[in-house]
Ligand binder design. Structure first.
Ligand code: HEC
Ligand code: HEC
Ligand code: HEC
Ligand code: HEC
Ligand code: HEC
Length: 187
């Protein structure tokens, strides 16, 4: 009888641990969908767009980042196709002239300083080197953010995207024989 009670108790503890373990990643990450079903692939194939049509460097060297709505409105003033994704985008954002609130997968903590022009123009690095295949994807994966630290989950990398942690930055700098002080990267 005593043995049976212990077995039931142990099974109960294991089940609770298992449930917690499986649920943990979902609980600590806040998962949000992007505002628009944007496809990089469609724009490369059907509009013939190049990366710097949308992600340009400004004359002062600053990186434009994610394009503003006015980059899209020229082509999407009227519907170009028949997809639901495009109709939703035009109805919700283009017609009312409302900026989509894009979520940035690679976003670093506030205290990190990162410059695109240094890496892309001076360092001659391709976008893919850090962002993986994002520029040729057809759908947008959900954005996941750690509820406690505020970190975007993408910083840790996946099978198709390299990590963007401090260790990853420093590893590439070492390969290029660069040594940076803490304050080069931290504000
Ligand atoms: C028609 C405009 C357009 C073109 C052309 C374009 N992009 Fe984008 N890009 C966007 C928009 C809008 C977003 C925000 C939605 C998203 O994350 O995809 C974005 C986001 C990104 C991001 C996500 C950054 C992050 O961490 O959240 C990367 C990386 C990127 N683009 C790379 C590229 C590359 C590489 C190319 C060329 C192969 C390219 N883009 C061409 C509009 C464009
Ligand atoms: C050079 C013209 C051009 C520009 C600039 C442009 N688009 Fe498009 N967009 C297109 C074309 C062409 C299609 C495909 C239409 C079709 O045949 O279904 C498209 C399709 C779309 C779709 C539907 C996606 C799908 O899966 O088919 C969305 C959403 C969209 N665009 C959003 C944007 C946003 C956001 C921007 C600005 C960052 C933008 N577009 C800039 C030409 C453009
Ligand atoms: C050396 C690594 C590296 C390379 C190369 C690189 N990026 Fe990034 N990118 C980052 C990091 C890190 C961030 C996050 C910056 C931040 O949070 O301050 C970022 C952010 C972005 C964003 C989000 C917008 C923003 O606010 O900064 C876009 C869009 C983007 N990159 C597009 C590109 C494109 C297009 C290229 C190629 C022309 C490129 N990146 C090359 C590392 C890189
Ligand atoms: C794939 C390689 C690579 C990765 C990854 C990388 N860097 Fe760099 N970084 C370089 C190279 C190459 C240079 C020197 C460019 C030049 O020739 O000036 C550089 C230069 C710098 C500089 C000094 C130049 C300046 O703007 O003052 C800083 C700061 C920097 N990187 C920060 C970062 C941070 C932060 C990350 C991670 C989020 C990062 N880097 C990831 C290759 C990389
Ligand atoms: C090449 C750029 C680079 C250099 C050099 C660098 N860091 Fe970082 N550091 C980062 C990036 C990017 C992050 C955010 C991603 C992460 O936590 O791995 C970070 C995160 C951190 C964090 C965690 C902050 C938090 O909010 O959790 C600490 C602490 C830190 N760095 C301290 C240092 C110290 C101390 C030095 C000097 C010995 C240093 N770093 C040098 C790029 C750098």
């Amino acid at each position: 009888m005593k043995l049976r009670g212990t077995t039931v108790f142990t099974a109960g503890v294991l089940a609770a641990l298992g449930a917690g373990w499986a649920g943990f990643p979902r609980v600590i990450h806040q998962t949000r969908q992007q505002p628009v079903d944007f496809s990089h692939q469609v724009h490369a194939d059907k509009a013939g767009s190049k990366c710097d049509d949308c992600h340009a460097f400004l004359p002062d060297g600053a990186f434009s980042g994610i394009p503003k709505l006015d980059k899209c409105s020229g082509c999407h003033a009227a519907l170009m196709g028949t997809t639901v994704a495009e109709k939703n985008f035009v109805d919700r954002y283009v017609t009312p002239q409302r900026e989509p609130e894009w979520l940035v997968y690679a976003r670093q903590p506030e205290n990190v300083y990162f410059s695109h022009i240094t890496h892309v123009k001076c360092g001659n690095l391709k976008c893919e080197k850090c962002h993986g295949d994002h520029g040729s994807t057809n759908t947008l994966r959900p954005h996941q953010q750690d509820r406690v630290s505020g970190y975007s989950r993408d910083i840790w990398g996946t099978a198709t995207r390299p990590a963007m942690t401090m260790d990853a930055c420093v590893a590439c700098h070492r390969q290029s024989h660069l040594e940076h002080s803490c304050l080069d990267c931290h504000k």
